[in-house]
Design a protein around this ligand. Structure first.
Ligand SMILES: Nc1nc2c(ncn2[C@@H]2O[C@H](COP(=O)(O)OP(=O)(O)OP(=O)(O)O)[C@@H](O)[C@H]2O)c(=O)[nH]1
Ligand SMILES: [Mg+2]
Length: 206
């Protein structure tokens, strides 16, 4: 749940980047960190295993300016995607206000994407929530690979696997190049702030 400090007029929202191992969650946060000004971002905290895998989570605090006189602070988290870190993924989801589901465009990751979305759903249920209760956007990452010989999934294929009824907004991205990264962040921030404001600040639905 978002933390609201009425005396300081601050709202802290938690957005979690979720998805299978190696889909590019940490790369999204690194791109955001490297692109934002010092004023708008806090320190990025990242705990890695040997190599570059996320061991616990990555955390990047950012400021989004004011809404209705409240300072909006957002904490961006990633989960560790590797199967063995199931317990950690559940823990990181505690109190989540918004989710970016990062799917991998590599063909070999097709089943892993689906498995990860279902893992997310199961973890949310443990907190008495469902996928459709929380603001979420889908990011189809690694689209730069479609122009290489590496086999990739088509957009309709990814939609069919992950977003059959077109419930969530989707963004094509290349987190390494930075395309689509801020579009994704902007949309989830907008949805999350609206959700938190309606839920906790009695801002009427528009
Ligand atoms: N070609 C390409 N490679 C990418 C892209 N995004 C990430 N990668 C690469 O994919 C690998 C894994 O990226 P990470 O950001 O560490 O993935 P992660 O989702 O944080 O992985 P875990 O922490 O293990 O869950 C790295 O070698 C990245 O450089 C992309 O858009 N295009
Ligand atoms: Mg990571």
């Amino acid at each position: 749940m978002a933390l609201i400090d009425l005396s300081k007029k601050e709202v802290h929202c938690k957005i979690v980047y979720y998805g299978p191992g190696r889909c590019g969650k940490t790369t999204n946060l690194l791109y955001i960190y490297n692109t934002m000004s010092d004023k708008a971002r806090g320190k990025m905290l990242t705990i890695e295993t040997k190599g570059d895998r996320t061991l616990f989570f990555d955390l990047l605090p950012i400021s989004l300016g004011k809404v209705n006189g409240f300072d909006i602070r957002i904490q961006l988290y990633t989960v560790p995607g590797q199967s063995i870190y199931a317990a950690t993924r559940k823990l990181v989801l505690k109190g989540v206000d918004g989710i970016v589901f990062v799917a991998d465009s590599l063909k070999v990751r097709k089943a892993k994407n689906v498995e990860s979305l279902s893992d997310l759903n199961a973890n949310l249920q443990e907190y008495n929530k469902t996928l459709k209760d929380i603001p979420m956007v889908l990011q189809f990452n690694k689209r730069d690979l479609i122009s290489t010989p590496i086999p990739t999934l088509t957009l309709p294929e990814m939609q069919q696997d992950l977003n059959k009824d077109n419930f969530w907004p989707t963004f094509e991205a290349s987190a390494t190049k930075g395309t689509g990264v801020f579009e994704t962040l902007k949309e989830i921030s907008k949805k999350t702030v609206r959700y938190v404001a309606e839920k906790h600040l009695s801002v009427p639905h528009r």
